[in-house]
Write a protein that binds this ligand. Structure first.
Ligand code: 5GP
Ligand code: ZN
Length: 115
């Protein structure tokens, strides 16, 4: 399958991996928009939020279990952070393997959207 994040999981494409367990990998976004910008990704190919169902939602639970650990490693656990999952074209999803952006390291403000 020609999927960038599957290739990062299989080590066919390099990435700066900051956390990994049986279900989840987390690596630095190559084009960070905040001092901390990490992608938290399930180690199974789920295309988007639209494909989450009873057969794979355990991976999403594992993502959310991993996020506080990744936040600790990244040094944003105490000050706070934001988690974003883009889905589909209007959601701005560019990579067709579900992923959760962990953003922090500065005050992100109260807005949900910002250009
Ligand atoms: P999306 O727009 O799909 O929610 O987010 C995809 C993210 O993947 C973007 O923030 C983009 O910077 C990041 N990205 C794209 N290609 C690569 C890559 O080759 N390596 C890493 N580490 N991140 C990437
Ligand atoms: Zn994939």
């Amino acid at each position: 399958m020609d999927c960038l994040f599957c290739k990062i999981i299989s080590r066919d494409v390099p990435a700066t991996i900051v956390y990994e367990n049986e279900y989840v990998i987390a690596f630095k976004d190559i084009y960070p928009v905040a001092p901390v910008h990490i992608l938290v990704v399930p180690k199974t190919h789920i295309k988007s939020m639209n494909e989450v169902d009873d057969t794979n939602s355990n991976y999403i639970a594992k993502i959310y279990e991993a996020i506080p650990e990744v936040a600790k490693i990244a040094g944003v656990f105490d000050n706070g952070y934001r988690v974003i999952c883009n889905a589909g074209e209007d959601g701005g999803q560019m990579v067709q393997h579900i992923h959760f952006h962990l953003l922090g390291g500065k005050h992100l403000g109260a807005k949900i959207l910002r250009d």
